[in-house]
Write a protein that binds this ligand. Structure first.
Ligand code: FNR
Length: 341
């Protein structure tokens, strides 16, 4: 059942695509005629919690546990991460915790990228013991715990009870030795959620906003009777980044949800994010055009980002976080209604 679901997720993620309704078109940089920067000395290093990253983009959690095809996908994603020096997340490891035979589909990422930064991944139902096993399985540098209540509700065989999620997260935060990232999967995070997580001891969140891969569309394809109203459910990526960065200064924010370009990475950082995760866009390139194209695309995005930083007079990620921006349209309306400046 789990294996079939993984295959369908990949297939439907590619066929449903990305709506691009992430709100970044409402964010405009203020042009600077005398930037005083050089493309040759732009510094892209960043930090999320205690974790140092050499680049501010990474390949976000996708696959694992689905047999030979997933093993090949993970192997190639790990190669791209190694070649480009990017961090990378594995897909949910619950499949391998339930059935150790599946471990190889995840371990291949560490084998291909022995010195890279790799994130382990489990859902918020995980116990401390399971979290420790997932970390050990791939010698992870950080653990992602995904929160995906709406996806589960739309998923025909999904969870229906989320009462223990926050308590589980609190226990995991207390008992693991590496940084913990709590992530959404395309519905965004509110300032209220961020506050609950901070109180539970979490200081890194991936807001996983609306506007990219849409798991309601994906799960609805797997249902007999669709919950179409869930297809529009979620906080757009740009609004969600600002919700958390402007209200929770002690949380480091990872932006994700529909990010595809250097400009969207730059806007995410200017909204206060410290790094950006990209999932569906990279998977699409890998499966339709191959590994070489994926590596080229990553290099292209990083070069675009450097050009934007040069034009704006921002020599590093910390200074890009303070670049002047103007917010208009629906994003401005959302943030005003939510009392966020
Ligand atoms: C995902 N995503 C995901 N997230 C997670 O935490 N654990 C997982 O196992 C998976 N599995 C998965 C499979 C596939 C095929 C895709 C495309 C995505 C969600 C992913 O990490 C990310 O949060 C969302 O896809 C939103 O980002 P993009 O795709 O809009 O860049």
């Amino acid at each position: 059942m789990r294996e079939k679901r993984k295959k369908e997720h990949i297939e439907y993620a590619l066929s449903t695509g990305q709506s691009r309704e992430h709100g970044f078109h409402d964010v405009t940089f203020v042009h600077q005629s005398l930037p005083g920067t050089s493309l040759y000395t732009i510094d892209l290093t960043t930090k999320i919690g205690e974790l140092d990253l050499s680049l501010p983009i990474f390949i976000n959690a996708m696959t694992g546990g689905g047999g030979r095809r997933t093993e090949k996908i993970n192997s190639q994603l790990a190669e791209a991460a190694r070649e480009c020096n990017l961090a990378i997340g594995v897909g949910s490891q619950m499949a391998a915790i339930k059935d150790p035979f599946q471990e190889r589909t995840y371990k291949v990422m560490r084998d291909k990228n022995p010195n890279g930064v790799i994130f382990a991944n489990l859902g918020s139902e995980a116990t401390v013991e399971e979290a420790k096993k997932a970390i050990e399985m791939i010698e992870a540098n950080a653990l992602q715990i995904h929160v995906n209540a709406v996806q589960e509700l739309v998923m025909p065989e999904g969870d229906r009870d989320f009462c223990d999620a926050l308590l589980n997260i609190e226990k995991i935060a207390k008992h693991i030795e590496i940084p913990l990232i709590v992530k959404e999967v395309g519905y965004g995070m509110s300032k209220e959620t961020a506050k609950k997580l901070l109180d539970a001891g979490v200081n890194i969140v991936d807001i996983g906003g609306f506007g990219g891969t849409n798991f309601s569309l994906i799960e609805n394809k797997r249902r007999d009777r669709m919950l179409t109203f869930m297809n529009e459910w979620g906080i757009q990526t740009a609004s969600s980044i600002a919700e958390v960065t402007q209200t929770s200064p002690f949380i480091d924010v990872i932006a994700s949800g529909g990010i595809q370009t250097g400009l969207e990475v730059a806007k995410s950082i200017a909204l206060g994010a410290s790094a950006c995760g990209m999932a569906g866009f990279f998977l699409n390139i890998l499966l339709n055009e191959g590994l070489e194209s994926l590596i080229k695309e990553i290099e292209y995005i990083l070069n675009e980002l450097k050009m934007i930083m040069t034009a704006l007079g921002r020599k590093d990620i910390q200074s890009l976080q303070k670049a002047p921006i103007v917010i208009s349209g629906n994003t401005h309306h959302w943030l005003t209604e939510r009392g966020i400046k």
